[in-house]
Design a binder for this molecule. Structure first.
Ligand code: ATP
Ligand code: MG
Ligand code: MG
Length: 489
């Protein structure tokens, strides 16, 4: 793939992208209160006095949220800071009852790490993570409930977020998309965020600047709260184009916060960028610094499952699965789990490659057609294993297996039952097949002669005849084995 460039009248520009991802932490209660965090509850039904910022209420840190941030840091190979501090980030907004957000500024709980992007065709790229800090979410302003009034729902107020800040290491919309895809996969594997962008539990602030290749970094604009990977890609494209046009006209880029409007396909200015000092950050006097020991970190590490990169490597190196199949399988944990269960039921690691092909082409094919996810699959890993076993031991041909599988998918019946009911067992009986082959050879002396004169491709013709004779039920492997010596004479 050639490098991504935006063409200007006077030359090409390179795009530089850094992402700030807000990931809602999976925890039963909020970062500093015992209120529930479940999505979709009745507005303002999950709000404690702390979340509503009633005078005199004091925050208490939720240890589970800290543990989840540490687990996330470990999964990104990041530095874990055993000492971190909560600060107040002050700003005024109707859905922020405290008048400040409790966040981490100078001393975040997680430091530098990396994410390995999968860019297709086995190409990868490492992108740096600058830090992960914990902070509270704000409430939600609802403008669509009343013609004159804005309503505020505080259910989200105080819910724990991880802000995962990347380095400005990405150079194209595709790389930004791959970063979000990979990050989401990892968060879902380890269960620290559900990664659900439509429900807003993962959102991205997209920082974009442009420069001529080789020049120092340009001034960035930050596009706030983009809520799908497709929109992130589009926002980068249009924002980079906008900046190049300004520079080409001899203008300068103002550092500002912008909004992406997917309907119009443009970004619009929200406000000029506030500097950190505008937030008047200072350590929250109601909270002690967070401190934990090595044992806490070790326990968090112990609790991590096998990560997608390790899993992919194992699938390829130990199981002989192709690179492509392995990356498709590990992209979603449910897919990898299904495959591994299928393999366990088969009880034969040598079949891993075949099993991966079956999952990716046959199973995914029908799931896609039916608009189902793998967890809704009407065919269980156990049933899939039975089907593959029937192909492997020669009971049915690969061709027949496809029909059997379609019926399994439709009816939920087991493969062996369908094969019995429809009499689909292939003929592997050598005696029976030999008789048929002898008849066919006797009936086609011309082709036999041509074959013997060197036109060996004609073996296909003979196999075809046997298939025709047996209504497709002959075992092609056995037919080939029997035919060859007879044709060779
Ligand atoms: N020149 C640049 N071009 C593109 N991205 C940049 C550039 N410089 C920095 N960035 C990215 O901008 C982001 C800055 O995020 P950070 O949280 O550190 O600060 P912020 O945006 O000022 O703070 P806030 O959390 O209040 O929005 C990072 O992802 C970083 O990689
Ligand atoms: Mg930030
Ligand atoms: Mg920012």
């Amino acid at each position: 793939m050639s490098e991504y460039r935006i063409q200007g009248a006077t030359g090409d520009f390179e795009v530089v992208i850094g992402l700030e991802v807000h990931a809602q932490v999976i925890s039963k209660s909020k970062l500093f209160s015992g209120a529930a965090t479940e999505f979709g509850a009745e507005p303002n039904s999950q709000v404690s006095l702390v979340d509503a910022a009633m005078p005199g209420m004091l925050p208490t840190i939720n240890g589970e949220c800290v543990r989840q941030a540490v687990r996330t840091g470990l999964a990104l190979g990041a530095q874990i800071n055993k000492f971190s501090v909560f600060d107040r980030k002050n700003y005024f907004y109707a859905d922020l009852p405290q008048g400040y957000q409790i966040s981490q500024f100078k001393h975040p709980v997680v430091g530098e790490g990396t994410i390995l992007l999968d860019l297709g065709d086995g190409k990868t790229k490492e992108v740096g993570v600058e830090r992960i800090h914990l902070e509270q979410d704000a409430g939600k302003s609802m403008h669509d409930q009343h013609p004159q009034f804005t309503y505020v729902d505080l259910n989200r107020s105080g819910v724990a977020l991880m802000e995962i800040v990347s380095k400005p290491d990405m150079r194209s919309p595709e790389e930004a998309g791959a970063y979000l895809t990979k990050l989401r996969t990892i968060l879902r594997y380890i269960g620290t965020c559900d990664g659900n962008m439509e429900q807003g539990s993962m959102r991205a602030d997209v920082n974009v600047s442009v420069r001529r290749p080789g020049e120092p970094l340009g001034t960035r604009c930050e596009i706030k709260n983009v809520n799908s990977i497709r929109f992130v890609r589009q926002a980068i494209e249009v924002e980079a184009r906008r900046q190049v046009d300004i520079l080409e006209d001899g203008g300068e880029i103002d550092q500002e916060t912008r909004l992406f409007d997917p309907n119009k396909g443009e970004t619009r200015s929200m406000r000029s960028k506030e500097e950190a000092h505008d937030y008047r950050y200072f350590p929250d006097p109601d909270l002690l610094p967070v401190e934990f020991d090595d044992a806490f970190v070790d326990a968090a590490r112990e609790s991590l499952p096998e990560l997608p990169d390790d899993k992919r490597k194992r699938f390829v190196d130990d199981l002989g699965v192709s690179d492509y199949n392995a990356s498709v399988l590990v992209a979603e944990k449910e897919n990898a789990d299904y495959f591994e269960e299928l393999l366990a039921k088969l009880g034969n690691a040598d079949m891993a490659k075949k099993a991966s092909n079956w999952v990716i082409s046959d199973l995914f094919g029908l799931l896609n057609k039916a608009g189902k996810t793998i967890s809704e699959s009407p065919v269980s890993p156990e049933q899939g294993a039975e089907l593959l076993g029937l192909i492997e031991d020669g009971t049915i041909s690969g061709r027949t297996a496809k029909d059997v599988f379609e019926e399994m998918f439709e009816t939920g019946k087991n493969a062996a039952v369908i094969v019995d009911e429809k009499g689909l067992k292939q003929v592997s009986d050598t005696g029976e097949l030999e008789k048929i082959i002898d008849t066919i050879i006797a009936a086609n002396p011309g082709q036999v002669e041509q074959y013997r004169a060197g036109k060996t491709k004609l073996i296909g013709f003979f196999v075809g005849q046997v298939m025709k004779e047996t209504g497709g039920a002959a075992n092609p492997g056995v037919v080939n084995k029997l035919l060859q010596p007879k044709l060779d004479g």
